[in-house]
Structures are given as structure tokens and as C-alpha cells.
Design a protein around this ligand. Structure first.
Ligand code: GTP
Ligand code: 5AD
Ligand code: SF4
Ligand code: SF4
Length: 338
């Protein structure tokens, strides 16, 4: 099984697969209700890749070096029958890590069957513990207790380590940083603080709303001393920190202030079968058309190689220098999968 490198010598190691562009929450930084309202045109069922089509692309990508697969959305648990896809992906030779990023609201009901199907671990998005702040961040009336129950169910089902992603927005939930840290200290979950990113076109991102990871780190370290841990692998997006008193670890994802493009080994497959070589891309490569036109495995694999070999994306590293590019509208995170 080969390993191919792009124009910046980065190998292809990870495939992030979005299985739906729909979500039952409306986080303002991802799917603001003003844009993703009742008349928003989500993908039709016939436009979605079937599980067989997804498995085929994932298997060929594994042949080109992919070792880790992450299922995303939208909210991936809204895709009916997901455990069947998990079972198909878990059988692919060469896949060492099979994970899922979810908002956790539907996780209690599904954790066990996902684990039984072969899922290794989950990452749950949770931006606050206080109900009012959670509701404001995710624009929902669902109780935050449902997400906490989902986290517990995932842990109990063996989907470990459970990671918890907190996107921090200045003036909205930045006052919850210490409370979140305190809650997850001493628990088995790894809490990760994420800098709010300018993904897509609809979240009205402004730099002032970004709380730099260095500021988050300083606030936590002032209360509970921390020491840095080595990365678990090349290209990991989070820096890792351990509480000196042994109460576990946290992570910081500084995608805005300290971009990690030089180690970016990720390709993204949208729910309608387009392959994107960057989270901030404005266009993808239509693999569905090839699949449905009857392309052979060899033709598809050659196309995957060609796409990766021609890749030069490093949007975050260039963000400061170029501000906006003129390449057209960037795709939304709910479509491409975080
Ligand atoms: P682990 O394997 O557990 O480390 O997962 P992960 O951190 O790669 O994935 P997750 O879905 O938890 O994403 C965490 C945050 O990092 C989200 O805000 C993602 O949008 C962001 N992220 C993940 N990959 C990339 C990337 O390639 N570029 C940028 N800019 N952000 C990314
Ligand atoms: N900036 C940073 N992280 C984001 N996510 C969604 N939108 C953004 C954004 N604009 C996070 C979600 C999820 C992960 C996949 O990406 O909260 O945890
Ligand atoms: Fe849904 Fe996740 Fe986007 Fe929130 S961040 S709207 S939970 S897909
Ligand atoms: Fe990779 Fe693009 Fe993110 Fe840079 S901005 S780390 S190239 S996905």
C-alpha cells in the first residue's frame, strides 16, 4: 500500500467523511439559523453517496495511504443506518483509527451499537455546561444534560478516549472556560478548546471574536499548573497539556493563531461525493460522477493520486497574508465536515 505526497511533501493519511449536511442544532459559528432556515436547500437523498460508494472510496484511499477515518456531518447520527457504514469501514485493511465527531444529542441511543459495529472512539462538541450559554451557542432548546448523558454512554460503551470539543467565542462562552475545565478535570474525557475559525461564508466571523489559545492556556494554568505533553502523532491538530496534579489532560486547537498546515495530511469527502483537499476550499473534485459513470477501481485510485499529488493548500497559514482569496465562495463546514 502506497503513500503519496502532495506538492508540499505532505502524505495522505486521514480521510474525513461527511455523511450528511443536516444537523439538529444551529450553532451560530457553523449553521446560523438565518442562513440554514426552513427553506435552506439541503442535499436530496439521491445526491448522497450510498454506504457502498463511501466504502469504495475509503478502501481505495486506504490503498493510497489513509490510516485514519473520521465520520462527520452536519450531525452524522442523523444519517439512518450509520452503524452499517461503520461496520463496512471497520473491515477495511489498513485503517488504524475509526472515529466520529458528533454533537452528542443522539449519542445515548446509539453509542453501544456504534461500538459493536467497530467504531473506535468519539469526539463530542460541547461549548458550555450552563444551559443558557449552551442554548445561545447552539441555538437549541435541547437540554445540555442530553449531551452529558451521551458522553457517559460513549465512555461506557468503550468509545474511548472520549474527546470534548469546545469552540470558544469571545463575549459568548469565554467566561465558561474555567468551569468547563473544572468539570472535566479528573474525568476520563479530554477537553479541547478550539479557536473560532472563519470557515464557510455564513457565520459572520470576525477576528475580535477569536480567543487565542495562548490566552485560554494562561487562564487555566493560572488556576491549575500545566505541563506540555508530546504530540501523539505527526500532524495532530491539538497541542496537549497535562494537569501537574494528575487530573488528566486538555488540548488546544490554535488553527487561527498558529496554523498547522505544514503537517496537514487530511482529505475531506462531502456527503455528495466531492473530495476537498482543504477545509477552506471553494471547490471539490466530483468523485460521485466518476463512480456513477462506472469508473474502475484503478481509474478511481489514479484520480485520487492525481488530486493529492497536485495539492498545495495551506489556507490557514496564508490567512493573514491574503485575507480573502478570489477563488469564489468557500464551502460551509456543515457540508464539508469539520
Ligand atoms: P483527533 O484525531 O481526535 O485529534 O481529531 P481532530 O482534532 O483532528 O478532529 P475534530 O473533528 O475533533 O476537530 C477538532 C477541530 O479541529 C475542529 O474545529 C476542526 O474543524 C479542526 N480541524 C480539524 N482538522 C482541521 C484541518 O485540517 N484544518 C483546520 N484549519 N482545522 C481543522
Ligand atoms: N470554528 C472552529 N470550530 C468549529 N466547529 C464547527 N464550526 C467551527 C468554527 N467555525 C467545530 C465543531 C466540531 C468540530 C468538528 O468543528 O464544534 O467540534
Ligand atoms: Fe451541528 Fe456541529 Fe455545526 Fe453545531 S457545529 S451546527 S452541532 S454540525
Ligand atoms: Fe489543512 Fe487547509 Fe486546515 Fe491548512 S487550512 S490545516 S491545509 S485543511
Amino acid at each position: 500500500m502506497g503513500s503519496i505526497a502532495d506538492l508540499l511533501a505532505r502524505p495522505l493519511c486521514d480521510l474525513r467523511i461527511s455523511v450528511t449536511d443536516r444537523c439538529n442544532l444551529r450553532c451560530g459559528y457553523c449553521m446560523p439559523r438565518e442562513v440554514f432556515g426552513t427553506d435552506f436547500a439541503f442535499l436530496e437523498r439521491s445526491e448522497l453517496l450510498s454506504f457502498e460508494e463511501i466504502e469504495r472510496i475509503a478502501r481505495l484511499a486506504a490503498g493510497e495511504g489513509v490510516r485514519r477515518i473520521r465520520l462527520t456531518g452536519g450531525e452524522p447520527l442523523l444519517r439512518r443506518g450509520l452503524p452499517r457504514l461503520v461496520a463496512m469501514l471497520a473491515r477495511i485493511e489498513g485503517i488504524e483509527d475509526l472515529a466520529l465527531t458528533t454533537n452528542g444529542t443522539l449519542l445515548s441511543a446509539h453509542a453501544r451499537e456504534l461500538a459493536e459495529a467497530g467504531l473506535h472512539r468519539v469526539t463530542v462538541s460541547l461549548d458550555a455546561l450552563e444551559q443558557d450559554v449552551f442554548s445561545a451557542m447552539s441555538d437549541t432548546r435541547l437540554p445540555v444534560g442530553r449531551v452529558l448523558a451521551g458522553i457517559d454512554a460513549a465512555h461506557a460503551a468503550g468509545l474511548r478516549p472520549v474527546k470534548v470539543n469546545m469552540v470558544v467565542r469571545r463575549g459568548v462562552n469565554d467566561h465558561c472556560i474555567l468551569e468547563m475545565a473544572e468539570h472535566f478535570r479528573g474525568r476520563p474525557e479530554v477537553l479541547r478548546f478550539i479557536e473560532y475559525m472563519d470557515v464557510g461564508e455564513s457565520n459572520g466571523w470576525r477576528l475580535e471574536q477569536v480567543v487565542p489559545a495562548s490566552e485560554i492556556l494562561a487562564a487555566i494554568a493560572a488556576r491549575w499548573p500545566l505541563r506540555e505533553l508530546p504530540a501523539t502523532r505527526h500532524g495532530e491538530v491539538a497541542s496537549r497539556w497535562a494537569y501537574s496534579d494528575g487530573a488528566g489532560e486538555i488540548g488546544l486547537i490554535h488553527s487561527v493563531t498558529q496554523p498547522f498546515c505544514s503537517g496537514c495530511t487530511r482529505a475531506r469527502l462531502s456527503a455528495d461525493g466531492r473530495l476537498y483537499t482543504c477545509l477552506f476550499a471553494s471547490s471539490g473534485h466530483d468523485l460521485r460522477a466518476l463512480l456513477r459513470a462506472g469508473a474502475s477501481d484503478a481509474q478511481l485510485a489514479a484520480h485520487l493520486r492525481e488530486i493529492w499529488i497536485g495539492r498545495a493548500d495551506r489556507y490557514s497559514a496564508l490567512r493573514g497574508a491574503t485575507a480573502r482569496t478570489s477563488r469564489g465562495a468557500r464551502v460551509e463546514m456543515s457540508y464539508i465536515g469539520g
